[in-house]
Design a protein around this ligand. Structure first.
Ligand SMILES: [Zn+2]
Length: 477
């Protein structure tokens, strides 16, 4: 079996076991030792997911190849995207700066905020809830200007953002504030219910919630992708997607093809028997005549996109994200527990423990820091999984030109910057997918005959790009 067909279940199983054992063992330890144990287990779990993804950690193409790929895209759209990224530089760094600057401010402001909005005689949950609303609201207001600029710039270069930027930002400020208040109140409640093991219970609850969301919401996502469109009843495209799923060794998924305006795309959801939906314009015409007509470009592109989703199912990427998400939650809560056991920090915040309503500022501040590390790590892993799925689609369809034209279509239909600079990967929306220029360059550099003829040796890299990058790939695998 060549590299692209390999599945690794040992890493994720070991990572999951590490998290479960650590949470179990942590209940028997004192809080500080338990927090260190959870942090080590979380890092081990993330490493267990990351190491098998190693060939996909970095772009398989060079910066020069990405640059060259831009020539295969409409110059006006490339220029519009470039201008958007240039305009986003200041808001990205301002948001990051605001977020870091609010850390010490929040620690100091927790006690005055709680005393300003409530009296000591009032119930703790009211005091904590109101103080969180004030503090999270203040942070959201500080972030509102760069956030508004970010929304506005993306809106002008993309078809994804609908509605005026000012309204969207206001909704964001409000929703963000309420979200934090609910989150902090939930944390505080858990602390009061189970003073020693509240955070371990929350890690378990987080894993259970992710599992439930995967079972209930993901098929819902599939459904909502299909909503507003007309299901296509004839069979050819569905048969081709089913063949791609069978080729990946999947139990026959449910496949839905939906004729719908907007970008051509596909989503997958569910557990066990998966459901794959392919949607976009022009799909009805491609399938109404079954075998009589030759496949049109859009049908081939739809198959390539659906094959990318098949790859996510095959590699268990949904499960991997559940594991890394749980590890991230565990890491974050362990940092909070360590902060709650650091007398100097508690003293700065003017509290004796995290359960004090005055401590909500400290909690908000401490939760910011691991997030600044965890979100980039999570999105970096996501990009690696996306690269693997792209490679799988290239290998199994053997049609790099079809994949390339799907990316060209994506720029026309979705917009954005096909080749943004590194600040785009930071804040507030680190990219969960490789940049479009990279995906296009990967398709353009892909050499199907070489890939097919590659020897089926267990560890041989057979991603076989153009000869110029072959050495890079061999070195990295
Ligand atoms: Zn994907």
């Amino acid at each position: 079996m060549d590299m692209i067909r390999e599945r690794n279940i040992v890493g994720p199983l070991a990572g999951s076991a590490a998290m479960v054992i650590a949470v179990g063992a942590a209940t028997q330890l004192d809080q500080q030792a338990a927090a260190w144990l959870i942090m080590v287990a979380a890092v081990a779990a993330i490493a267990a997911v990351a190491v098998p993804l190693r060939p996909w950690w970095r772009s398989p193409v060079t910066a020069a190849q990405r640059q060259a790929a831009l020539k295969h895209l409409p110059p006006a759209l490339v220029e519009r995207g470039r201008k958007m990224s240039a305009a986003l530089v200041w808001s990205t760094w301002t948001l990051l700066a605001v977020r870091l600057a609010t850390v010490p401010l929040l620690i100091a402001a927790g006690t005055p905020a709680a005393d300003w909005v409530s009296d000591p005689g009032q119930p703790w949950y009211l005091r904590a809830g109101l103080a969180t609303l004030v503090l999270a609201g203040a942070v959201a207001v500080l972030e509102a200007t760069p956030m508004w600029w970010d929304t506005r710039c993306r809106g002008t270069a993309s078809t994804k953002v609908a509605g005026p930027a000012g309204l969207n930002t206001a909704i964001g400020v409000l929703a963000g504030t309420v979200f934090w208040a609910v989150k902090i109140l939930g944390l505080a409640w858990a602390m009061h219910l189970w003073p020693s093991g509240w955070w371990l219970a929350l890690i378990a609850a987080y894993a259970a919630a992710r599992l439930a969301a995967r079972m209930l919401l993901e098929p819902g996502t599939v459904q909502s992708a299909a909503s507003g469109g007309k299901p296509v009843t004839s069979d050819r495209l569905r048969q081709r997607v089913a063949a791609a799923a069978a080729g990946a060794g999947l139990r026959s998924p449910q496949i839905l093809v939906v004729e719908k305006p907007g970008p051509l795309n596909a989503v997958v959801g569910g557990v066990g028997r998966q459901k794959i939906t392919v949607f976009g314009p022009g799909l009805a015409e491609t399938t109404d005549d079954e075998t009589a007509r030759p496949a049109t470009g859009v049908e081939d592109e739809a198959v390539a996109i659906a094959t990318h989703e098949v790859a996510h199912v095959r590699y268990g990427d949904g499960w991997l994200r559940m594991l890394t998400g749980t590890a991230q939650a565990g890491f974050t809560l362990a940092v909070l527990v360590l902060a709650g056991n650091t007398p100097g920090l508690l003293h700065l915040a003017g509290v004796v423990s995290l359960a004090d309503p005055h401590a909500v500022g400290l909690i908000l501040a401490v939760l910011t820091v691991p997030r600044l590390i965890a979100v980039p790590v999570q999105t970096w892993l996501n990009r690696a999984q996306e690269r693997r799925a792209d490679q799988y689609a290239l290998h199994t369809t053997g049609e790099p030109h079809t994949v390339a034209s799907a990316w060209q279509r994506a720029l026309r239909e979705v917009g954005g910057d096909p080749n943004p600079g590194p600040s785009y990967l930071l804040w507030p929306k680190p990219a969960g997918h490789p940049v479009l220029a990279e995906r296009l360059a990967t398709a353009l550099a892909f050499d199907p005959p070489a890939a097919r003829l590659a020897p089926a040796t267990a560890n041989a890299p057979t991603t076989a790009p153009a000869p110029a990058t072959d050495a890079d790939i061999v070195n990295r695998v």
